[in-house]
Design a protein around this ligand. Structure first.
Ligand code: PLP
Length: 378
């Protein structure tokens, strides 16, 4: 447990021990199923931890040039790059630093495959297909929703590209358990069955909530093992993002002021909009350490951000004791999908990024200031 008295706020604190716990679960999946697990950088790109991550995982899944560069520079294991649409002026650079290249459409393959192979003769190319099984809980996070641009549907699949392909990729889940994967896999094998045997690898994408306490890891291992028995000689990849950073640490804030306008409102030194954007976009209510729903404990406050956006509000929470200026407020599980999405909106100070090490030290790996705000603008 982090010693909060050592944490200057605002600060994201990743707990090394909790991260390693997740990595060990993912490594068990690798060892017992034979699948290879990649970190999807979209959800967790705290590269100061990548020496540790790279000890367990097989590499990274990147969504374009910059994530591919980051994966190559900071982990230097396998780099698998997919983009909804590659650009002509980036494809060679991407190909040079990637091991797998995954195209979104037959048209992109026709335009860029030769160029990519010229740049890197060893590159293994595949296509993302859309299995057309929609089960993700929210439209914003449903890769297979109506009119989705992500992946090629069976009716748009062009068998003329088959000789160019070594792999197929699907990504259809979001925070889901293995039963959802089983449904997607059934549709994938039914629709694309004849093509699977021609492939060297199949990438099952992300959205597998493998490290959540109620995830059925044993069943996942069975599902992959059975798939590999049905399709011999085919490698299976998984590329979770959230499951790597899941519950690995909080965003620690302080109370800057308390005002009353019909209710008590605590203004914090963090912003929901700028520093925990999924709480507004998804939306979901972040857990606050020691707090409960409004009215459950004696002292209820609206927790609110320090930007001038009216809706910059985390929610209403109740506490055992009154909050005071300077008190720390700890938002749980704010490591994944936060620092990868955060902004310098309104010029508010971006939280520092720190690691709570296994030796119980706080290592601040990055602090932000005025220059970070200025340099994003012109
Ligand atoms: C977002 C994404 C992932 C990771 O998803 P999680 O929900 O974070 O596990 C993996 N692959 C692709 C193609 C993605 O877009």
């Amino acid at each position: 447990m982090i010693d909060l008295s050592k944490v200057p706020t605002p600060c994201y604190v990743c707990e090394e021990e909790l991260l390693e716990r997740n990595l060990k679960i993912l490594d068990r999946v690798q060892k017992e199923s034979g699948a290879k697990v990649l970190l999807a950088l979209k959800g967790f790109a705290m590269w100061s931890t990548f020496d540790l991550v790279g000890k367990y995982l097989y590499g990274v899944s990147a969504s374009g040039l910059h994530e591919a560069m980051l994966g190559r520079e900071t982990m230097n294991r396998e780099v698998h790059t997919y983009s909804p649409a590659f650009r002509e002026d980036e494809i060679e650079h991407i190909a040079k630093i990637s091991d797998h290249l995954i195209f979104n459409s037959p048209q992109q393959i026709r335009r860029f495959l030769a160029k990519a192979k010229n740049a890197n003769p060893k590159i293994s190319c595949g296509i993302r297909i859309n299995p057309e099984v929609s089960s993700a809980p929210v439209d914003l996070y449903d890769p297979c929703g109506t009119y989705s641009r992500l992946g090629t549907t069976l009716s748009n699949f062009d068998i003329q590209i088959l000789p160019d392909l070594e792999g197929m990729h699907f990504h259809a889940l979001c925070e889901q358990n293995v039963d959802a994967l089983e449904n997607v896999l059934m549709a994938f094998e039914k629709n694309f069955g004849p093509y699977i045997e021609k492939m060297r690898w199949i990438n099952f994408g992300g959205g597998h909530h493998i490290t959540r306490s109620d995830y059925n890891v044993d069943r996942l291992i069975e599902v992959i093992t059975e798939f590999k028995e049905r399709h011999k000689e085919i490698s299976v990849y998984l590329e979770p993002g959230e499951a790597v950073g899941w519950q690995t640490g909080p965003l620690v804030a302080s109370v800057l002021d308390i005002v009353n306008n019909g209710i008590e409102i605590a203004i914090l030194d963090v912003s929901a909009e700028a520093h925990m954007p999924d709480t507004l976009a998804m939306p979901y209510r972040a857990e606050v350490r020691g707090a409960a729903k409004a009215g459950e404990k004696p002292y209820t406050y609206r927790l609110a951000g320090n930007t001038c956006l009216a809706g910059d509000i985390m929610g209403d929470y109740s506490f055992d004791k009154p909050l005071r200026i300077g008190d720390k407020v700890v938002f749980e599980d704010q490591i994944h999908y936060t620092m990868v999405k955060s902004t310098t909106f309104n010029g508010v100070k971006h939280p520092s990024i720190a690691i709570w090490t296994k030796k119980r030290d706080l290592k601040i790996v990055r602090e932000f200031g005025y220059e970070d705000f200025k340099r994003r603008l012109s």
